[in-house]
Design a protein around this ligand. Sequence first.
Ligand SMILES: [Fe+2]
Length: 284
Amino acid sequence: MEQAVEDYAISPLTSHTGAEVRGIDLRRPVDDALRTRLNQAFVDHSVLVIRDQKLSAPEFLQAMQVFGEPFPQHNPRFRVPECPMIHYVSNQDRYEDGTIYIPGEGYHTDHSNDPAPPKATALHAVKLPRRGGDTQFVNMSEAYAALPQETKRRISGLKARHVFQSRHSARKLMSLPEEKRESLAGSVVHPLVRTHPETGRRSLYINPVRIEEIIGMEEPQALRLLDELLAHATQPRFEYRHQWKHGDLVIWDNRCLLHKANGDYPVEEVRYLYRIMLRGETPV
Ligand SMILES: [Fe+2]
């Protein structure tokens, strides 16, 4: 039986970012009215925390089609074997030198080196550490709106080159398998300020892991500007910090948020989540 719109409750988590959804079971079909309301809530709140789900990887893939079409993620080494459109995020992988790899540390936006980066990413908790491992989000529309007029003028019209792994990145990504190296070797150019296709709001679109240069700007000046914008955008007043609970499914809007993971829990505690991304638009 389909779930009706009146079955669920939605409540904001901060004044600007995040809302909690209770009372739905994403294994069951969603009717048109509920689909519309969930998509509107996603656009309005930028992060939806859908509580009390228990989805297998194929069920997660199916359920997220309420919000859009799956986007093929870049590094196939993280595919979940029984459902390759779903990847996993885990603290159990190691770099080639044996050190532990914590994916997603440091603020970033997903796969911005793609010509049309994913509009959304969703994670579903499978195993969580007893404490820690929060995901932090900052709202880049709010951050842009709060910039001084002079800064808005200074960055208007600027474009940045995004690559798989910026040489300026403080974080090292897990290397790509041979067959993907060539297809992801290129770069794309995106505006530094993008307009959300659904809300019409402007957002900063920066990514310390992937921005290689600002077109037409000297490197020291570009790096200073990016640092300044990042410091502004990552202030607590723009943040929603998600503390994971068992059963959580969190979906967020990459078009107007940065996010980061925290590796602040004992390494022997497993943290394992399913991840999917949904197709997005070319940023303008
Ligand atoms: Fe990420």
